[in-house]
Design a binder for this molecule. Structure first.
Ligand SMILES: [Zn+2]
Length: 328
């Protein structure tokens, strides 16, 4: 991209800072028990203050309240809002489309921070206003060069009372590997375009690097095991939550699993992935639960509780990752 073109792009993206992405969004349903119950089921939350009216009446709240961490759930919109950026529906979409059209085709959620002011009561209506809070200077990152975009959402009830807020930061970047999008947007040569972007790699940290190495070397799905009490744990972490021991080894999972729950991801589409993605939580035969992807199965054929078997997916660049397919 020429300096002049880049200057113009930067000037244009700066005009988005401080803008609400659109009008405030009000939740489709007031705070209600069925949604609280479903959320608690999904999260494995069993506190009676959220679920049992008789017990809840003896708490400081005097009645059932919603878990504060559910805040964003109350304003979740339907599928129709998320059909990509081809026809931007709000200022955030317009900003992302602008960057996408200029070669910043990758998107990576980097961090989110939520603050909860208080518990929500049944019958309250939640309204959210999201503002594009800041856009960083162009940064060089492991994923590629790009801009960090931070939005801040404030939540209020029907009387305008503050319920909390959430900041959400994404990196909009030009994929570093291949640079195909950069070449394409600059009218670059065929060779560069032919090099496809690949899956975003997980960070190999002190606590989890060994796990990815074992996957790659052994074509297996390792599960960390406490060397003192034998309890299994996943994802990998330094300490056993049963006995506190920091000694561990690992076993190889059988690869047999059942589907706990899933969602089908159509958008946003990151370069290097095939869509739709069936993103799943699976229950391993060994008793641990893990996030993975279902492959070799049409979304309409997926059902909760179905038997699965593991396979090691190997990408074109040699990266290996355990996925699951319907058991044969
Ligand atoms: Zn232990």
């Amino acid at each position: 991209m020429s300096d002049k073109k880049k200057e113009a792009l930067e000037a244009e993206i700066r005009t988005y800072v401080g803008k609400p992405i659109g009008p405030p969004v009000t939740g489709r349903d007031p705070v209600n028990e069925p949604m609280i119950r479903q959320w608690c089921d999904a999260m494995g939350e069993s506190h009676p203050a959220y679920l049992d009216a008789a017990t809840a009446s003896d708490t400081v709240h005097g009645e059932i309240v919603a878990p504060p961490t559910m805040l964003q759930a109350w304003i979740m919109e339907g599928w129709e809002m998320h059909e990509g950026y081809d026809e931007p529906k709000n200022e955030q979409h317009r900003l992302h489309k602008l960057l996408n059209d200029n070669g910043y085709t990758g998107v990576l959620g980097t961090n989110t921070e939520e603050n909860y002011t208080r518990y929500l009561k049944l019958g309250e209506t939640v309204t959210a206003l999201t503002v594009i809070d800041s856009i960083s200077e162009e940064k060089a990152t492991g994923a590629g060069i790009g801009y960090f975009i931070t939005t801040v959402t404030t939540f209020t009830n029907q009387d305008g009372e503050d319920l909390g807020n959430m900041s959400f930061r994404v990196l909009r970047f030009k994929p570093a590997d291949g640079g195909a999008s950069q070449a394409a947007s600059d009218g670059g040569g065929e060779a560069a375009v032919a090099q496809k972007p690949s899956r975003i790699k997980p960070p190999y940290g002190h606590d989890n690097g060994w796990w990815w190495e074992k996957v790659a070397e052994g074509d297996c799905l390792p599960i960390q095991r406490c060397a003192d009490c034998g309890k299994l744990r996943h994802p990998p972490r330094p300490m056993c939550d049963a006995c506190g021991s920091q000694n561990w080894d690992s076993i190889e999972a059988s690869g047999k699993a059942t589907l706990h729950t899933f969602t089908v991801i159509h958008y946003p589409q990151f370069p290097g992935y095939e869509y739709p993605i069936i993103s799943a939580i699976v229950d391993l035969e060994e008793g641990e639960r893990m996030a993975s992807t279902i492959v070799e199965c049409a979304p309409e054929d997926v059902s909760i509780g179905m038997a699965l078997e593991m396979l090691i997916q190997e990408d074109e660049d040699g990266f290996k990752i355990p996925f699951f397919k319907p058991a044969s």
